[in-house]
Design a protein around this ligand. Structure first.
Ligand SMILES: [Zn+2]
Length: 363
């Protein structure tokens, strides 16, 4: 965005161009991790003696098996059913009659009846759990990995440095090689090799969005790819047997190898394995086992949050993680939509956004 051209009172997003601007990385988790657990109303009763408890719970769990995510009893208060299940013109007693409770249980359920507010579902993170407990005791299965995504401890400091470096690289490549248009980088995280780089074309055709080209250039590194780009690509030297530079346009490669600052970057995609008659190599994931296939196991770094079509292309290509720097008005991973949290999709990648000094200034 052109800062000078933005109206002064509008929140102009400054392009991070200095290393110091990128301050951190945050996981974009689906709302179910971040929202406060909604509350619903429930009818409860108050038992007179503890001795009633066993019979009441036993019949309730058979006849009204609600609230699997909650403790059914708190002190001597017992949850009966969501209040919404009881008809407006019906009393609790009338409602319960249809379930043929034994008489002493029915009598117990109708003692000291009150409406309480209880969490609607099981919390996903500890912070949600602690808030939910204030309303009613609930069950919770702590998930160390989800917690680490939320508090940022999922990355080691070396990994964090590498990710931020890729973000800075995107800014540089966009400015110096692609006329300030969006740029994307695909990395094989096993050796931190740059597999492919793509920049959005000048045309406004969605098929020339940066992600679409990036996915295509990755395919090129696997002897595929559909784009008939006049773009010259990097050629492999004769001694590179295991990896290929075919997915990297020459302009980006030449820019990077000339620069002292990037001397330690490594390039190249593992070559496609001839799958016939070769046993999969032992490894922790499909990339290690079967070799390159689309973006399986690869990380994708994007200057700009991708649109819906590009985000879907990354789903289809089975990217492992997507990192982006700048939000987009039509972004489909955080701004408009969280495509990666749609359960019905058959592949899910993790999404992270780089935070900048400016984000902190605004909060
Ligand atoms: Zn797009």
């Amino acid at each position: 965005m052109d800062i000078a051209g933005a109206p002064p009172n509008k929140r102009a997003r400054k392009s991070p161009s200095l290393e110091e601007d990128i301050t951190g990385i945050r996981a974009i988790l689906s709302d179910e991790f971040d929202e406060e657990i909604p509350l619903i109303q429930a009818h409860s009763c108050q038992l007179e003696t503890k001795q009633q408890l066993q019979a009441v719970i036993q019949e309730l769990s058979q006849k009204l098996p609600h609230f699997q995510h909650l403790k059914r009893v708190q002190d001597r208060s017992v949850l009966i059913c969501p209040s919404s299940e009881i008809g407006v013109a019906t009393t609790l007693e009338q409602h319960l009659e249809q379930f043929a409770f034994s008489e002493h249980v029915l009598r117990a359920l109708c003692q000291g009846v009150r409406v309480v507010e209880v969490p609607q579902r099981m919390p996903r993170l500890r912070a949600q759990y602690e808030k939910s407990l204030k309303h009613w005791p609930c069950k919770f299965h702590p998930n160390h990995y989800s917690e680490s995504l939320r508090n940022g401890s999922n990355f080691s400091s070396a990994q964090r440095i590498f990710h931020k470096r890729m973000a800075q690289l995107l800014v540089r490549l966009s400015r110096d090689v692609n006329a300030n248009r969006p740029v994307g980088i695909c990395v094989d995280p096993r050796q931190l090799n740059i597999v492919s780089i793509a920049g959005a074309a000048e045309s406004s055709s969605p098929h020339e969005h940066c992600c679409m080209l990036l996915v295509d250039f990755v395919a090129r590194s696997q002897e595929g790819g559909a784009t008939k780009a006049e773009l010259p690509f990097t050629e492999d030297s004769t001694e590179s047997l295991d990896t290929t530079l075919r997915g990297i346009p020459k302009a980006y490669y030449d820019y990077l190898i000339k620069d002292e600052e990037y001397k330690d970057l490594t390039f190249g995609a593992e070559k496609s394995r001839d799958s016939k008659g070769v046993d999969p190599i032992q490894g922790s994931d499909n990339l290690a086992k079967f070799g390159p296939y689309l973006c399986t196991g690869y990380d994708v770094y994007l200057l700009q949050e991708p649109c819906l079509m590009c985000s879907m292309a990354l789903v289809h290509s089975r990217a492992k993680r997507v990192f982006f720097l700048r939000s987009s008005e039509n972004g489909a991973l955080a701004t408009r939509f969280q495509l990666h949290s749609v359960r019905e999709l058959n592949h899910h990648y993790e999404v992270f956004q780089f935070t900048t000094q400016e984000d902190q200034d605004l909060t």
